[in-house]
Design a protein around this ligand. Structure first.
Ligand SMILES: [Fe+2]
Length: 198
């Protein structure tokens, strides 16, 4: 009987046919320095505006696919008779991390769900994991029990997830996360977005 579990939605096969166009869009936007923002990124490039406001065919297709995923996540928890179409709005941005770039621990206030879609993850990737922090905080590790493995303690450092190209993660916006320094060739490109009330 799990209580207060934290649900993360993983789609192994996101809209990979959009990746090339999304990568081109990122590179086009990166040419204008006014598009570079600074949020949780230490190094790396972060699109300064709402990606979903761009009038681009690839962005419209991406938004529609991502809305379907958000809706599927919400409906997953509802009994058949209560599954429905919700009204929400997506706000997104692009992250481009090169060797040494990382994202500090943060959450996404002002939204109910957050997500990241991996447009390009160079393989083999060293570093570059997204690490979710245990929302229970340090409390679960406060009392050590040598020789007794407690199932709820965890590693104490959070739960790492090593992404690959085409994967999509959705998670509660309050779930803190960070991105470890990427140590690979080329660029690790992801699109993050939040879902909010319309
Ligand atoms: Fe984030």
């Amino acid at each position: 009987m799990p209580l207060f579990s934290t649900w993360v939605y993983l789609c192994e096969n996101g809209p990979g046919h959009l990746n090339e166009a999304l990568e081109q869009l990122a590179h086009r936007l990166m040419q204008d320095e006014r598009n570079a923002g600074h949020r949780t990124n230490a190094g790396g490039w972060h699109y300064a505006d709402d990606l979903f406001l761009l009038d681009e065919p690839v962005v419209r297709t991406l938004r529609s696919r991502m809305e379907q995923h958000v809706q599927a996540f919400l409906n997953h928890f509802r009994p058949e008779a209560r599954k429905k179409q919700d009204r929400f709005r997506l706000k997104g941005w692009i992250n481009v991390n090169r060797a040494g770039d990382l994202n500090l621990l943060h959450c996404h206030p002002g939204s109910f769900l957050s997500a990241v879609y991996y447009v390009r993850v160079p393989q083999p990737m060293r570093g570059g994991d997204i690490v979710f922090r245990d929302p229970r905080g340090p409390a679960v590790a406060m009392y050590e029990t040598p020789g007794i493995e407690l199932p709820w303690v965890g590693s104490g450092t959070g739960m790492p997830f090593s992404p690959t190209t085409g994967q999509l993660l959705l998670f509660p916006a309050w779930l803190e996360h960070r991105v470890e320094p990427f140590q690979g060739e080329g660029e690790r490109i992801s699109i993050a977005f939040n879902a909010t009330n319309p």
